[in-house]
Write a protein that binds this ligand. Structure first.
Ligand code: ZN
Length: 310
């Protein structure tokens, strides 16, 4: 009898969790930002099919498309005003779209020039400050170049900066995670292991897992088994909790001996995205998947459909 009851509870939980997967977006806001009960899919910036290019229109279009997250791209600078940020946050809540923010591209915490390091720190902080106003959970950035320094030297330098930035965010009451991204070129600091180690050491720092960069950088890591290997590493360093708070980038990618060259449409690339979504499903990861393909929403929907079809 007892066993039957337990089995019934187990089945009911499975049904509820399937409903969460299929349509459970409102649950996210019900449990605020402390937990992510679903895996969300969305675009890097405003979808191409949005009638207007601003982020608020982007959020509305993301929702219309049946997607539920978006990354606000501060590619060339943090220019959004406070009022715009508040309105964007309201639109995100109204449309149940989870937001993240990508800091400007030019960031190098290992620059030889101190003013470039200061400018890099300011770009991360400004992105986080304005991102907090629209409810972003994380700020994504490419942390540094090695130049001629060994990995552990750059690691130490980046760690010092991130430690200080995380402390400053906390001091300002800004609840936005620092998300250094796994990078696509051998010249850039940001292998999976470097960033997982960093995250295990520092509070407030969790990687942005760019699976296409990892693939391009290694000219490998493009099969179901290898994707599972990546998720095993996440669990090794960050525990189950790490798998429940993932922020992911994906696109098709062209690459050479030095790594990433440019982003491609998924179906026009060698990216084994079927194996990728299967690994996500298998490990029941949670969080946000941002599609960075040239056909943003087309591939975001392709990934979401592939994932939900499993
Ligand atoms: Zn990326």
């Amino acid at each position: 009898m007892m066993l039957m009851m337990i089995e019934n509870i187990r089945i009911n939980l499975a049904i509820i969790s399937t409903i969460f997967e299929k349509m459970g977006s409102h649950i996210y806001f019900a449990c605020k930002d402390t937990c992510m009960n679903i895996l969300r899919f969305g675009t890097a910036g405003t979808p191409i099919s949005s009638t207007s290019r601003d982020s608020r229109s982007g959020v509305e279009r993301v929702h219309e498309l049946g997607l539920n997250c978006m990354e606000v791209e501060f590619v060339r600078g943090v220019k959004m005003g406070v009022e715009t940020a508040h309105k964007l946050g309201q639109a995100a809540r109204d449309n149940d779209v989870a937001l993240s923010v990508h800091a400007p591209y030019y960031i190098n915490l290992n620059s030889r020039e101190m003013e470039k390091v200061d400018a890099s720190r300011k770009r991360i902080m400004d992105s986080a400050r304005i991102g907090a106003l629209f409810g972003a959970r994380g700020v994504v950035f490419h942390p540094a170049f090695y130049h001629d320094d060994p990995s552990d030297t750059v690691y130490g330098i980046v760690k010092t900066h991130l430690l200080e930035l995380a402390a400053q965010l906390e001091e300002e009451g800004i609840n936005v995670l620092l998300r250094p991204e796994t990078t696509g070129k051998g010249s850039q600091f940001g292998t999976l292991i470097e960033l997982l180690e960093m995250s295990a050491e520092l509070d407030g720092v969790i990687p942005c897992y760019d699976f296409s960069h990892m693939h391009a950088r290694e000219a490998a890591l493009n099969s179901y088994e290898e994707f599972c290997g990546i998720l095993d590493k996440v669990e090794d360093y960050l525990g189950r909790e790490g798998l429940k708070n993932m922020h992911i980038h994906v696109s098709g990618i062209e690459y050479g001996p030095k790594g990433e060259k440019k982003h491609l449409v998924l179906e026009e690339s060698d990216m084994e995205y079927h194996g990728l979504v299967r690994a996500w499903k298998e490990y029941t990861i949670r969080g946000t998947v941002i599609c960075e393909s040239p056909n943003l929403e087309g591939d975001a929907l392709l990934l979401q459909d592939a994932y939900r079809g499993l």
